[in-house]
Design a protein around this ligand. Structure first.
Ligand SMILES: *Cc1c(COP(=O)(O)O)cnc(C)c1O
Length: 397
């Protein structure tokens, strides 16, 4: 019998892209020509942005820029190799120490991106036959990490601690890790960290929190959602967060006991086999950590802007979510409605991204609005005015 002809992989990919386009789900790149705080220039227009993750307004801070320039002048651009060869510089070591102290952990280890940090942790900790229990709304890289590690992945309904308990109890002999976002990236609400920590202690499971959206924003001196929940290293031995959100840089770290960090250096492949981040970037991130710790006014200003937005949106009858964080989603349901709303806002000079499946579940498309200490009250008012003009469906309507 003649073998069936091989599929052409590029043709198949083109068909998948066309299907996505037909479903109004095509993703498009937009080139930003210039950034000036929350103002972004694109296509020759200047738009007020509500979609960056620069929650504390640090991405263009003069102290970060100065640190980056100083170390670039002295050390150049590239780290020139992986950490374990000759890429681990004094700037990396100083940043790791500061991050460990800030989060109240014994040690910290830098990764080049948050995506790689989560792949690395899960792949180093989990083996085939282990159990990995996760919130359904966790960030994509936590889900990918568990799958890559070959663990049995169970996903519980969002924030449902009882369901997580059932999933853990169902396989009492296997090594088990429970992982959750601290603040959920597309919904902005916080995980029930204390209840999950108690569950993990009871079930002998290792607890991991991805605090990409909590670090810098929540907790005393911005130490994050784990610190805000009063949980120490003993209760949350695996803490991950990124440097690309509230800290305005790029990269990520994992913090925890020495046994974790030593093991990651040995076994986390996305750590071992990748080029260390540029030392100048590590220096900029250290400047950001210092500012995030010291400048409480940024968190206070952000909180005021969030309250102003929520108050105004409630007066307009908009369907707000339970989030009190800088991430304020407006659920619109279908992908078309979210796209139309984003386009209408752009016509009014605002940049807001429509978030559609598969990033969020089908029927849960939304505008993901984010606020920043770089915004002013007048910016929030302008956003509210533009939303009023859209005549979105009212809450419960
Ligand atoms: C952004 C994000 C990541 C990935 O971090 P990068 O440094 O952008 O790769 C991981 N987890 C969560 C929850 C995030 O929001």
């Amino acid at each position: 019998m003649a073998a069936a002809p091989r599929p052409d992989l590029l043709d198949r990919l083109a068909v998948q892209t066309a299907i996505r386009d037909g479903a109004q789900l095509l993703r498009r790149l937009r080139t930003i020509e210039h950034a000036d705080g929350p103002w972004l220039e694109t296509g020759g227009r200047r738009l007020l942005s509500f979609c960056s993750n620069d929650y504390l307004g640090l991405a263009q801070h003069p102290q970060l820029i100065a640190a980056l320039k100083r170390v670039a002048d002295d050390e150049g651009v590239g780290s020139t190799s992986a950490h374990l060869i000759c890429g681990h510089r004094a700037e990396h070591a100083a940043l790791e120490e500061a991050l460990a102290a800030w989060t109240g952990r014994e040690r910290a280890l830098l990764f080049s991106t948050g995506y790689m940090a989560n792949l690395g942790v899960l792949q180093a900790l989990l083996a085939r036959g282990d159990l990995c229990v996760q919130d359904k709304l966790n960030h994509a890289c936590l889900l990918d990490g568990a799958q890559l590690a070959g663990a049995a992945l169970k996903r519980y309904p969002h924030a449902d601690v009882a369901a997580a308990a059932r999933q853990l109890a169902g396989n009492g002999e296997a090594g088990a890790l429970l992982a959750t976002d601290g603040v959920f990236s597309m919904d902005g609400d916080s995980a029930p960290l204390r209840e999950l920590a108690a569950l993990c202690a009871h079930q002998g499971a290792t607890f991991m929190v991805d605090d990409a959206h909590g670090l810098g924003v929540l907790g005393e001196r911005g130490a994050g959602s784990v610190s805000a929940a009063g949980l120490a290293q003993r209760e949350v031995p695996v803490l991950m967060a990124t440097l690309g959100k509230a800290l305005g840089c790029a990269g990520a770290f994992v913090a925890g006991p020495a046994v974790l960090i030593d093991g990651l250096v040995q076994f986390a492949r996305p750590y071992v086999y990748t080029t260390a981040m540029p030392p100048a970037l590590a220096a900029a991130a250290l400047a950001a950590v210092r500012l995030a710790q010291a400048e409480d006014w940024r968190r206070q200003k952000l909180a005021l802007l969030i309250a102003r937005f929520r108050h105004g949106a409630a007066q307009l009858g908009l369907a707000l979510s339970a989030s009190t964080s800088a991430i304020q989603p407006l659920l619109l349901g279908d992908a078309r409605a979210a796209l139309d709303a984003a386009r209408a806002l752009e016509q009014q000079g605002l940049l807001v991204t429509a978030i559609r499946p598969p990033t969020v579940p089908a029927g849960r498309a939304r505008l993901r609005l984010t606020l920043s200490a770089a915004h002013e009250e007048s910016h929030v008012d302008r956003l509210l005015g533009a939303l009023e003009n859209l005549r979105l469906p009212a809450a419960g309507g």
